[in-house]
Unconditional design. Structure first.
Length: 399
């Protein structure tokens, strides 16, 4: 599949440009045209792999005949995690490619830069890969749904956990200095309220910084017994490694975007990552405990066929695969009505959807009032060889 993909300033998987009715732009009798933008290159390219997983699933779906008799013409561009490029590409998807809707756009900066443009054109913006809390405000983003647990919910889950296991300790947060990182800090502020300044020390880094070594050293000096890293895999790996190098052994949590074994733990060092905690929605495809799991067997077979040479330990591919499953479900529910109105209606009408590669007990439920695909997480701890789940499935209201 990937031999067909041209990864330069743009990555395009295109089939046709025929229109099908003024009330259903981007739709013909045989296909539906969908757009996406991902950081295939640049400082966040490690999470751009999500887009490759989604593209691979679309290829597999088309090989099975598509959905309801239509193939999916998915057009994906590379914004290199640059908001101006995101805007440029989304305009092209709207005006030149004439997509029916957007699905799976990745990156808080890019989604922030393009959400109002899409809304002004009445184009559904579904399953965006950002947990920025502002996008969960349905009244402000009526045609948008999110494809990650919100960073606010995730942050509160971690805050509650730390208060339970280290009630009298000080906590440190290393965060990316954008909406992604800031939402975790806000979640801790919301949870600890007046005690925040006494209990929490936070340090920011820029996505363009070469390392976060100095921030980790400074956070150790705060006397914190726990560290939350709220960023992307490259910097989470650096933080884990640096903490080990300076002999700091806090209870160390990384956020879900940095939960990949291959992208975060491996470069940090599996030995240095022992004890790292994360909240996840997906099963680890490299873990032998899932060897007999039907969903994981299916994923491994898919991966071997459609992502040859890829690193199956990189769960960002799996996130993209799950995005594909959600896209398929929405299109199935749409039936023959692929108007934009019905597309967003069905995206907000997912009821107890259980994906075969998700953690047991985690389900998707959306509605007119809840636009988040995921609202639950399962905590797990790295043993040095695999993730070990502990506790119950949690959500933002869990004690």
């Amino acid at each position: 599949m990937f031999k067909k993909l041209q990864l330069a300033s743009a990555l395009v998987f295109a089939l046709s440009t025929t229109a099908f009715g003024a009330d259903a732009p981007g739709v013909t009798a045989t296909e539906i045209k969908i757009g996406g933008v991902f950081p295939f290159s640049g400082p966040a390219s490690s999470i751009g792999v999500v887009g490759k997983g989604l593209l691979a699933y679309v290829q597999a779906l088309n090989d099975r005949g598509g959905v309801n008799g239509r193939k999916i013409n998915y057009i994906a561009y590379d914004d290199a995690y640059s908001p101006p490029k995101s805007v440029e590409h989304v305009r092209k998807l709207i005006e030149s490619d004439e997509v029916a809707f957007m699905f799976g756009q990745l990156g808080t900066p890019g989604v922030s830069a393009t959400a109002k443009l899409l809304m002004s054109r009445g184009i559904p913006d579904l399953a965006v890969i950002t947990g920025s809390a502002k996008f969960t405000e349905v009244a402000n983003y009526p045609a948008l749904t999110t494809g990650l647990v919100s960073y606010d919910v995730e942050g509160k889950i971690y805050a509650k956990y730390l208060k339970k296991v280290l009630p009298n300790a000080k906590y440190a947060i290393l965060y990316q200095n954008d909406d992604l990182g800031k939402d975790y800090v806000k979640a801790f502020k919301s949870y600890f309220k007046d005690d925040f300044d006494k209990k929490v020390t936070a340090a920011a880094y820029e996505i363009t910084d070469p390392t976060v070594d100095s921030q980790v050293v400074n956070l150790k000096s705060s006397g914190a017994e726990a560290l939350l890293v709220a960023g992307t895999p490259k910097f989470s790996a650096q933080a884990i490694r640096k903490a080990a190098e300076i002999g700091w052994k806090p209870t160390l949590i990384v956020n879900f975007p940095s939960s990949s074994v291959s992208s975060t733990l491996k470069p940090a060092g599996f030995d240095k990552s022992v004890g790292v905690i994360v909240g996840s929605i997906v099963k680890d495809p490299t873990d032998s405990r899932w060897n007999d799991d039907p969903g994981m067997k299916g994923y491994r077979a898919f991966f071997e066929k459609y992502i040859p040479g890829g690193d199956i330990g990189d769960t960002n591919y799996l996130t993209g695969y799950q995005q594909g499953l959600v896209l398929e479900q929405i299109l199935k529910q749409c039936g023959s009505d692929l108007s934009r109105e019905n597309i967003i209606k069905q995206a907000k009408n997912l009821k107890n959807v259980t994906l075969p590669t998700s953690m047991p007990g985690i389900k998707i439920n959306t509605s007119d009032k809840v636009n988040q695909l995921w609202t639950q997480l399962q905590l797990q701890r790295w043993t040095g060889e695999s993730w070990e789940q502990f506790g119950d499935v949690l959500d933002g209201s869990s004690d």
